[in-house]
Each structure stands twice: as structure tokens, then as C-alpha cells.
Design a protein around this ligand. Structure first.
Ligand SMILES: [Zn+2]
Ligand SMILES: [Zn+2]
Length: 121
């Protein structure tokens, strides 16, 4: 999966990976906390690792992160739910069974196709 394509420059450290957002280019308090600097030394620290991006200078948009993790799960759950629905319809001898089967297989096909085409990239 292509991950780097969706990365953007970290706003907190402007892509350097080092926090200089406090006064005079010092590292800010929040990043000092993230770097586990003792409480009496948290001010006037220089060149600390950026706490927002973990020092890599690049951050993934939150929505991208959620989409990547949730979309495949949703696809799997939806497919399972539809398969269960079809099986239930078959056992209850639903008179719309053929319609349900056609409808469900179309959706499962689309979901699986989308899921695998996403994975391959
Ligand atoms: Zn950063
Ligand atoms: Zn900072």
C-alpha cells in the first residue's frame, strides 16, 4: 500500500522533525512532555523531537488514517453480514431469495473488488 503519497508536511515542526515552536526557536512544552523531559527542565529545551509527528517531519492526515483502517474492516463486515443474510433467506425459503441473492452478490462483488484493488496499489 502506498502510504507516503498521502503524507503532508508536519505543521508543528514545518517538516523538520524538530520542534522549534516556542520562544527563540526552543522546543515547546508539549513536545518536552512527549520527549519525557523531567518537569523542572521542560522549558528552554532546544532541538527536541517533534511530538506531533514523532520526529519524522511528515504527518498523515487523520481522515486518511481512519479511512485506511476502517474501510477494509467495514468491507469485511458488510460482506459477512450479506452472506449471513443470504443464508438466512435461503433457510427461511424467502420468495425474494433470487432477488436477494443477486443483490447481495453484486454488493459483495463490488466490496471485494474495491477492497482488493485498494490493497494492490
Ligand atoms: Zn512535526
Ligand atoms: Zn513542539
Amino acid at each position: 500500500m502506498e502510504v507516503t503519497a498521502n503524507l503532508h508536511e508536519c505543521k508543528h515542526c514545518t517538516g523538520t522533525g524538530t520542534c522549534t515552536s516556542a520562544q527563540d526557536g526552543a522546543s515547546c512544552y508539549a513536545c518536552a512532555v512527549r520527549n519525557e523531559i523531567p518537569i523542572w527542565r521542560r522549558k528552554k529545551q532546544y532541538g527536541l523531537m517533534c511530538g506531533s509527528c514523532g520526529g519524522i517531519g511528515k504527518a498523515e492526515p487523520m481522515t486518511e488514517r481512519i479511512n485506511k483502517r476502517i474501510a477494509p474492516l467495514l468491507a469485511i463486515y458488510l460482506s459477512i453480514a450479506l452472506v449471513v443474510f443470504v443464508i438466512l433467506a435461503a433457510f427461511s425459503e424467502n420468495k425474494f431469495f433470487s432477488e436477494i441473492l443477486a443483490f447481495s452478490s453484486a454488493i459483495i462483488g463490488a466490496v471485494v473488488g474495491f477492497y482488493f484493488s485498494n490493497r494492490v496499489k
